[in-house]
Design a protein around this ligand. Structure first.
Ligand code: IMP
Ligand code: MG
Length: 178
């Protein structure tokens, strides 16, 4: 018995459907950026799996950088974004591809765009696997989105609930069974 036995998971986006969208986004990014000086930025922790799959679908040279933010507590956003791991200066004068797992209120993505812009990149492009359009609290422009989803909490493929479920190869909806 673990604490997670009190939750039921329902597959929401299959591994196969995720891989097909990731491949399409990877191809689009390759067409746009091949031959340019690119830094792919992974936003930890949630986007580690999407990031690892996406960069492998990009048939070009690129540099990898990692940053960490946190704004979530349990199943809701606190509205306050904190940097847990900062980027170094590697993005200066480079084309940055900012890779996020999910855009919910939009606060994290906008915060990161501002934060990176201050380091004077040549450009910033955003890719998010998931977008909850009805949860947006601020206007947030995204260049590549894998799937638009309803305003429900999801886990898997990097996304967690209390640190668990990140290792699922698919996206699931989670319900308490008590
Ligand atoms: P935002 O700042 O509200 O857009 O939240 C973005 C961050 O909240 C994401 O990068 C996730 O880490 C987390 N998050 C938002 N929705 C979910 C969800 O449904 N499941 C798991 N994490 C989520
Ligand atoms: Mg995240």
């Amino acid at each position: 018995m673990t604490e997670m036995d009190n939750f039921k998971l329902t597959t929401f986006i299959s591994e196969k459907d995720i891989q097909a969208r990731v491949r399409a986004i990877g191809t689009a990014l390759t067409d746009k950026y091949r031959g340019k000086d690119v830094v792919a930025v992974c936003v930890l922790k949630g986007s580690f799996m999407f990031y690892a799959d996406l960069i492998r679908e990009m048939d070009m040279d690129l540099a990898c950088e990692f940053c960490g933010v946190s704004s979530y507590s349990g199943m809701s956003s606190t509205g306050e974004v904190k940097i847990t791991l900062d980027l170094n200066s590697a993005v200066r004068e480079k084309h940055v591809i900012l890779i996020e797992d999910i855009v919910d209120t939009g606060l994290t993505m906008n915060f990161l765009k501002d934060h990176i812009n201050r380091r004077k990149p040549k450009s910033i492009t955003t890719a998010a696997l998931l977008l909850k359009p009805h949860a947006l609290k601020v206007k947030c422009e995204l260049d590549h989105v894998g799937f638009e989803i309803p305003n429900d909490f999801v886990v898997g493929y990097g996304l967690d609930y209390q640190g668990y479920y990140r290792n699922l190869p698919y996206i699931a909806q989670i319900q308490s069974i008590n």
